[in-house]
Design a protein around this ligand. Structure first.
Ligand code: S3P
Length: 449
């Protein structure tokens, strides 16, 4: 096993070259475990992300009655309890750093006659849960939360729950999924109206497991998703594609480091997730999606990336949900591009694992970039390819994507960019360091010469 140092700086000594695969998609991995745990029979999952966030979901589903085992070759087998069959967990469910686990599992518990307590780390305990408490309360669930609708919280599900028709007030796949998952065990039809489309893995996978689900899209692009409750889910064989949100880091690294030419194989390119690749291409990035194919019902490609001179960009607001997790690394790309980038409409970034607008602004300034922070985003004056001065220590604030973004920035900095805490990377991309090393980057433990 490759050791990940506690704190480190990243360096390049030449182009990044090679072919890698990134771990399985985090969103699909969570849903694979949850839906398999509710199905009848044994599901088999290949390519599951074995990061801390997904392992928190696995532990929670076990605590509520599912049997989940991992074979040495990385195949996961899940025996479900059937919709309606979740058991009362004996202890609090520790969600670690994972907002997706928390919000989706709250949806599941909401329509079962059980109660559960959710706890999390310091980052997760600051994140708003009111956005799911509100619709799930309408369905009949009861909550006792910490001030501001935060963790730790205890909830009691309603059985039967009340099916609702709910219009999403924020563009959030987590809120959409929580309501749909609650609808799975509610009598009648639960409907979610989504004015701005977000990732559609829940819809696709619920239908794949045999739930009756209909999606209508009107002429303005507003989606209405209706699920019939008291569904019976049938066990499935799932192949999880590589996570585009993890591929984002080596992809931007290869664009920035002169002479680089890499391929990231088997990356999910579902249009509700692939906004970063489109935006990087529009910035002049040589990013090619080759060998496009369907794997396990999801579009997948090998992503070939060659070093490119990037131009600044103004990101359209409607692209935000399809790359909501990719803005930290896009900010690094924009800071190295030629000209100004105006990246706005990003209010949701303030309530991710950290406030990604202010934490990225602070880190970018510390390494010598020119950044203006506005309420809903950043305006960045790019360096036209000139390396960052560097010589700064970045406060990661329990946010994996902050750590990986500044690891990439270090590859194009004259002096070290020190990442204070590498541990959060294990939540989503446990083999980030060995994969970047395989492409030719060097991870230097902090304090070493
Ligand atoms: C996710 C949805 C997004 C994303 C998160 C994963 C999901 O969150 O940021 O990493 O799997 O549904 P929001 O729905 O809160 O935007």
């Amino acid at each position: 096993m490759h050791e990940t140092p506690a704190s480190a700086s990243f360096h390049s000594h030449g182009p990044l070259i090679g072919t890698i695969r990134v771990p399985g998609d985090k969103s699909i991995s969570h849903r694979s475990l949850m839906l398999s745990a509710l199905a009848i029979g044994e599901s088999r999952v290949e390519g599951l992300l074995e990061g801390e966030d997904v392992l928190a979901t696995a532990a929670a589903m076990r605590a509520m009655g599912a049997t989940i085992t991992r074979e040495p070759a990385g195949i996961w087998r899940i025996h479900g309890v059937g919709v309606g069959g979740l058991l009362q967990p004996e202890a609090a469910l520790d969600m670690g750093n994972s907002g997706t686990s928390t919000r989706l599992l709250m949806g599941l518990v909401a329509s079962h006659g059980i109660s559960a307590t959710f706890t999390g780390d310091a980052s997760l305990s600051k994140r708003p849960m009111g956005r799911v408490i509100e619709p799930l309360s309408q369905m009949g669930a009861q909550f006792t939360s910490s001030p501001g609708g935060r963790l730790p919280l205890t909830m009691r599900g309603a059985c039967p729950a009340v099916p609702i028709r709910y219009r999403l007030p924020v563009a959030s796949a987590q809120v959409k999924s929580a309501v749909l998952l609650a609808g799975l065990n509610s009598p009648g039809i639960t409907t979610v109206i989504e004015p701005i489309p977000t990732r559609d893995h829940s819809e696709k996978m619920l239908a794949g497991f045999g739930a009756e689900l209909h999606v209508d899209t009107d002429e303005d692009g507003v989606r209405t998703i209706a699920i019939r409750g008291e569904a019976e889910l049938k066990a499935q064989q799932i192949v999880v594609p590589g996570d585009p949100s993890s591929a984002a880091f080596p992809v931007v690294a290869a664009l920035l480091v002169p002479g680089s030419d890499i391929v990231v194989e088997n990356v999910g390119i579902n249009p509700t997730r692939a906004g970063l690749f489109t935006l990087l291409q529009a910035m002049g990035g040589d990013v090619q999606l080759i060998n496009q194919r369907i794997v396990g019902g999801e579009p997948v490609a090998d992503v070939r990336v060659r070093h490119s001179a990037l131009k600044g960009i103004e990101s359209p607001h409607d692209i935000v949900p399809s790359m909501v997790d990719e803005f930290p690394i896009l900010f690094i790309a924009a800071a190295m591009a030629e000209g100004r980038s105006v990246l706005r409409g990003l209010d949701e970034l303030r309530v991710k694992e950290s406030d990604r607008i202010s934490v990225m602004a602070e880190g970018l300034r510390a390494i010598g970039a020119h950044v203006e922070e506005v309420e809903d985003g950043l305006i960045i004056e790019g360096r036209g390819g000139a390396p960052f001065p560097g010589d700064a220590t970045i406060a990661t604030r329990l946010d994996h994507r902050i750590a990986m973004s500044f690891a990439v920035a270090g590859l194009v900095a004259r002096q070290p960019v020190r990442i204070d805490d590498m541990a959060p990377i294990a939540t989503s991309f446990p083999d980030f360091v060995p994969l970047m090393t395989r492409l030719g980057a060097e991870a230097r433990p902090q304090g070493a010469a």
